[in-house]
Design a protein around this ligand. Structure first.
Ligand SMILES: [Fe+2]
Length: 359
């Protein structure tokens, strides 16, 4: 049978003892201090009332029917909602072993029977003060956690908006670059398919070389504009069917420098890489390329990759002076050489990555 005095402004103490006389005595002590009390007369009832009422402190008799004070203590300490409730154990036992068992079970403090009122109330006040501080700390932690969760949600929302804005800008940028690059191909190529194939092949080679996804993505965009300087080459040279004069060849070679100039001075990592690619995609590993006769690793990796990807696509494409070669024949020319092309033109590591892809 539960007996509860209600005063919502005062700490709430559960008194559990099978002796009604002791319960009455303890209740009078507590009420004198202005505390609310509830009473239980066996261990099982004490557990139930603790779970239901969640008091601020529990006074427990060590020896009670149905469940001992130790059992009640263990039940309270194992409950995540109750584990921090202070427990004062009332006992006539003074043995060291019994006290150690009680401390091990989670008892906060002891009070020997017969009870000393002044000492007991002093212990109760101390326990309640600690409980109040613990409650305040937990409440503060909860508020902080709520605040962190709220801020996290706000940040996630902003991040999602920024990500979407970046994606939109990125798509617009990529489309603009592609359309710009198509202009450079429009007069002499299959309206942009060449630059798409070179871009794709460059990405595949970069991936095979183990470059990270950011590099591969950048190179995909940079490769698109490798011949953008051709917009400045006159039609009579760009579209000429016969072989070039020295002057025409020299002008044609300038598409590398012109393209790099067109792409220079940007803060964009895409355009910075694109500038390097435009300038160096006709350089050769053995130093026989143009415009600066760079050789070996003085040629930026992106230029070495696009050089091979561009050459592969040129061999696979029909020209006025040659048919479209099969993949097998193109592979053989790049790896074994012919009258115009030599494996020494290409970075060995890049060529090796290419062969791994196309074997
Ligand atoms: Fe070119």
């Amino acid at each position: 049978m539960f007996q509860t005095s209600v005063n919502s402004y005062k700490p709430h103490i559960l008194i559990a003892d099978d002796s009604r006389g002791i319960v009455q005595l303890l209740r009078s002590f507590c009420e004198h201090e202005g505390y609310r009390t509830s009473e239980a007369y066996d261990g099982f009832q004490a557990i139930q009332m603790t779970q239901t009422l969640q008091p601020d402190l529990v006074m427990l008799d060590m020896n009670m029917p149905k469940a001992s004070g130790l059992d009640v203590t263990k039940a309270i300490r194992s409950d995540t909602h109750l584990f921090d409730i202070p427990i004062i154990m009332l006992t006539g036992l003074t043995g060291r072993e019994e006290r150690l068992k009680a401390v091990s079970a989670g008892v906060s403090d002891f009070q020997n029977k017969p009870v000393d009122r002044e000492e007991l109330m002093l212990r109760v006040r101390n326990m309640l003060r600690m409980k109040k501080m613990s409650d305040l700390l937990q409440e503060h932690n909860r508020e902080l956690e709520d605040l962190v969760q709220q801020r996290t949600r706000e940040l996630e929302k902003v991040l999602a908006e920024v990500t979407e804005a970046n994606r939109s800008i990125h798509e617009g940028y990529a489309e603009t670059i592609n359309r710009l690059a198509v202009v450079s191909e429009y007069r002499d190529e299959d309206t942009g398919m060449h630059i798409k194939r070179v871009s794709l092949n460059s990405r595949e080679i970069a991936s095979a070389l183990g470059m990270d996804s950011g590099y591969v993505e950048n190179l995909g965009y940079a490769a698109v504009t490798h011949d953008i300087g051709k917009v400045a080459i006159p039609d009579q040279i760009l579209l000429k069917n016969g072989s070039f004069t020295d002057l025409e060849r020299s002008l044609m070679m300038k598409h590398t420098v012109i393209g790099a100039q067109m792409l220079s001075g940007s803060n964009s990592p895409y355009l910075n890489m694109a500038e390097k690619v435009a300038l160096t995609h006709h350089e050769r590993w053995d130093g026989s390329g143009y415009p600066n006769q760079l050789f070996g690793e003085t040629i930026p990796l992106e230029g070495r990759i696009v050089s091979l990807a561009d050459q592969y696509d040129a061999l696979r494409t029909q020209r006025t002076y040659k048919p479209a070669f099969s993949h097998k024949k193109t592979y053989d020319i790049l790896t074994l050489g012919d009258q115009r092309t030599s494996p020494e033109h290409f970075c060995p590591e890049v060529l090796s990555a290419f062969t791994r892809i196309h074997l």
